[in-house]
Design a protein around this ligand. Structure first.
Ligand code: AP5
Ligand code: MG
Length: 198
């Protein structure tokens, strides 16, 4: 049987509350990608009381980015474990220009690269705030629990993450999806992109 080689991987990009996690789940079900959700990986470290717990909590619970060498450590483990057998779906990494370099250098070691970036565009801050406040009562994430922390995450997104949108756009890898639509409409729009490209 022919061995499939996985060389092109996918990023889900968007502000806090834009629907990255929601859409990642659906993409995984439909296309069997391997999800790498950095926020979830970091929260698991905290829940499991690992030695990094205290450091991670200090940043995450305030809505600040954890140092890149730490977030990359967990992403790297997942990539190394799964890149030979799966198309990877990255949710939440990279979020800064230096993180793109870390990721690209690692992928290059496997003759792999980012093939496309789905950008969930939600410009209305009120939409994001409403979604996250609603989620806070369901999931109890500490970084959703007051408006200040959510606003810190949004400010970091504006300052540090939006520049990477421009970079991927210049590389012609960026696909914009209107993230203000219902979750089902967003899924349909993403599926249309994927089905066109596959
Ligand atoms: P992370 O967990 O990635 O949080 P985030 O980026 O703030 O994004 P969220 O998970 O809050 O939102 P989402 O886009 O996944 O939306 P969701 O689908 O859940 O990161 C957390 C923290 O980890 C960071 O603040 C940082 O400290 C650290 N970290 C993460 N990455 C890092 C990195 N690269 N470097 C350093 N540190 C890092 O949807 C939200 C809610 O809205 C849900 O309730 C959902 O049901 C609902 N919803 C979704 N879509 C819709 C829709 N279309 N209409 C209505 N409701 C919707
Ligand atoms: Mg998420």
């Amino acid at each position: 049987m022919e061995t499939k080689i996985y060389t092109k991987h996918i990023i889900l990009l968007g502000p806090p509350g834009s629907g990255k996690g929601t859409q990642a789940k659906r993409l995984v079900e439909r296309y069997h990608y391997l999800p790498i959700a950095i926020g979830t990986l970091l929260r698991e470290q905290i829940a499991q009381n690992t030695p990094d717990k205290a450091t991670l909590e200090r940043y995450i619970n305030q809505g600040q980015l954890v140092p890149s060498e730490l977030s990359f450590k967990f992403v790297k483990q997942q990539i190394e474990q799964h890149i030979a057998t799966h198309t990877l779906l990255l949710d939440g990494f990279p979020r800064t220009l230096p993180q793109i370099s870390l990721l690209d250098d690692l992928l290059e070691q496997y003759q792999a690269k980012i093939g496309l970036v789905i950008f969930l565009e939600v410009n209305r801050e009120t939409t994001l705030l409403q979604r996250l406040k609603k989620r806070s009562s369901i999931e109890g994430r500490l970084d959703d629990q007051d408006e200040e922390k959510i606003k810190t995450r949004m400010a970091i997104y504006q300052q540090q993450t939006l520049p990477i949108v421009n970079l991927y756009n210049a590389q012609q890898k960026l696909y914009r999806v209107d993230g203000e639509q219902t979750a089902d409409q967003v899924t349909q729009a993403i599926n249309a992109i994927m089905d066109r490209l596959l």
